[in-house]
Each structure stands twice: as C-alpha cells, then as structure tokens.
Write a protein that binds this ligand. Structure first.
Ligand SMILES: Nc1ncnc2c1ncn2[C@@H]1O[C@H](COP(=O)(O)OP(=O)(O)OP(=O)(O)O)[C@@H](O)[C@H]1O
Length: 245
C-alpha cells in the first residue's frame, strides 16, 4: 500500500522549474532517505508532501488525500503527517512537557492523564525524561531537536518528514539526534522520509535512497546498490565529493 504517490509532478517558483517530472511511490512503513546537492529540490519535494508548497501540475496523493485537488483539507492531512525541521520551533514560553502535550490536547482532545503518560514515555524514548519541566532555553540545541521529534510523535503520525534535522546543530550534538531518529524509525510502523547530508546516517537508517539533482530524481534504489554501485555519473560524483563517516 502506498503512503505517497507522485505522478508527473511539476513545481515552479515563478519561472523557475524546481521539481521536474517527479514520479515516486513510497510504501507504508518504508524509511527513505533523500539526498543530493544543495539547491537540487529536496526541501521543496518534502514540503509539497504536507502542502507547505503547492504543485502546479501532475498528481500527488499522500495518505489517500489528493493534494492536486483544490479541495484538499490540509488540516486533516497534517494530523497524520508530522514534520521535523532544521530549526526546532519549540514554544519558548512552555515547558518541554507542555510542548509535547499541546497538540494532542487541542487537536486530538486526548484526556490529560493519558496525554501526560504518553508524553513522558516519548520523552523517555528520546532520552530526556529528566528535562520534562525545563524550558526550551534551558536545554541544548540537540536536546531541543529531540523534544521536537517527541512532539511530532505525540500526534501518532503515519508519515514523518525530516528536513535536514541535524544541519543547524553543533557537531557534537548530531549523533544523539541521529540515534533518536534511527530508534524512532525502526520501532514504529510509521513511514519516514528524511532529507539529510549525513551519509553515514543514510547508510545506517535507510531502506531506500533517492538522489536528486537539478529538480529531478536521478536515482531511486535500495541503499546497498546505491552506495556500492550508483548507476549515474551524477550520483558517483556527488558521493565522491562528500565526506562519509
Ligand atoms: N520560495 C522560493 N522561491 C524561489 N525559489 C526557491 C524558493 N524555495 C526554493 N527555491 C529554489 O528552488 C531550488 C531548490 O531549493 P530547495 O531548498 O528545495 O533545495 P535543497 O536541495 O533542499 O537545498 P539545500 O540542501 O541547500 O537545502 C533552489 O534553486 C532554490 O533557490
């Protein structure tokens, strides 16, 4: 069963053709990593999936919602589609625990006790239970990003999108966040699409790798084949330039 289907999708920013003939199908439960040079369209592609960017042509189906239709209800779509951004956007005037409990309380009308229990469980999962009553400004950037991940999970998304979740972090914070993402994507039956520049992480966590260049999907392959034998010269060049670890 598909979670995401792109059929001949085109996206323009004014006259700039940012996504060109995108055809892509991602099944429920897959963990897909999206890589490619800066400006190749990775963020744009991910942002079309929850309607932060609209497409101009083609068909885009996400969790059975047709995003190419003018009648799409994005509020309903976004209940099932979480997103973790480069910057964490926590509510600065609310505690870590309150940040996690807010959306389930308001959107899902979850009873308070259940909400608190589940939020604490999620904080435990991201290794931050002892920070529940701290304010976001009292924890590190890496810890804030782990709270943002817990906050997304609190809505029990079917699909979780990550847009360069570690690129705003100090190097020593990156590993903890990547380990949390790895844990989250391996224990649940959620579908995940992750834009990252961390190749070591992509090798560890992905089932499948999509490589974009200049607005197009150039390769779409199982992780092993992509990293061992990229099919195109563009992907070979990209892989030879980046530092792997
Ligand atoms: N709002 C916008 N208006 C006009 N052009 C845009 C807009 N957003 C992105 N672009 C352009 O679209 C192209 C793709 O951008 P996008 O951010 O999707 O690339 P990316 O692969 O995510 O890059 P990076 O790895 O640097 O984040 C770039 O050339 C960018 O300048």
């Amino acid at each position: 069963m598909s979670m995401i289907e792109f059929h001949d999708v085109q996206k323009y920013y004014e006259h700039f053709h940012a996504l060109i003939d995108i055809n892509l199908e991602i099944d429920k439960g897959e963990t897909v990593v999206l890589i490619g040079p800066s400006g190749s369209g990775k963020s744009t592609l991910v942002r079309t999936i929850n309607g932060l960017e609209r497409i101009q042509a083609g068909k885009l189906i996400v969790n059975n919602h047709d995003l190419s239709s003018p009648n799409t209800n994005f509020d309903i779509l976004r209940r099932d589609v979480g997103m973790v951004f480069q910057h964490f956007y926590l509510y600065a005037n609310k505690t870590v625990l309150e940040n996690i409990m807010l959306a389930p309380r308001i959107v899902l009308k979850m009873p308070e006790e259940q909400n608190r229990t589940e939020a604490l469980k999620l904080l435990d999962m991201v290794g931050l239970k002892e920070k529940a009553n701290n304010m976001p400004s009292q924890i590190s950037g890496g810890q804030q990003q782990r709270v943002a991940i817990a906050r997304s999970l609190a809505m029990k998304p079917r699909l979780l999108l990550f847009d360069e979740p570690t690129s705003a972090l100090d190097p020593e914070m990156i590993d903890d966040v990547l380990q949390v993402i790895k844990r989250v994507t391996s224990v649940s039956d959620m579908t995940s699409l992750i834009v990252t520049h961390e190749m070591g992480f992509a090798k560890e966590v992905a089932n499948r790798v999509i490589f974009m260049d200049a607005g197009q999907i150039v390769e779409d392959d199982q992780k092993e084949s992509f990293f061992q034998q990229p099919k195109t010269e563009r992907a070979r060049k990209f892989l030879s330039k980046i530092i792997t670890h």
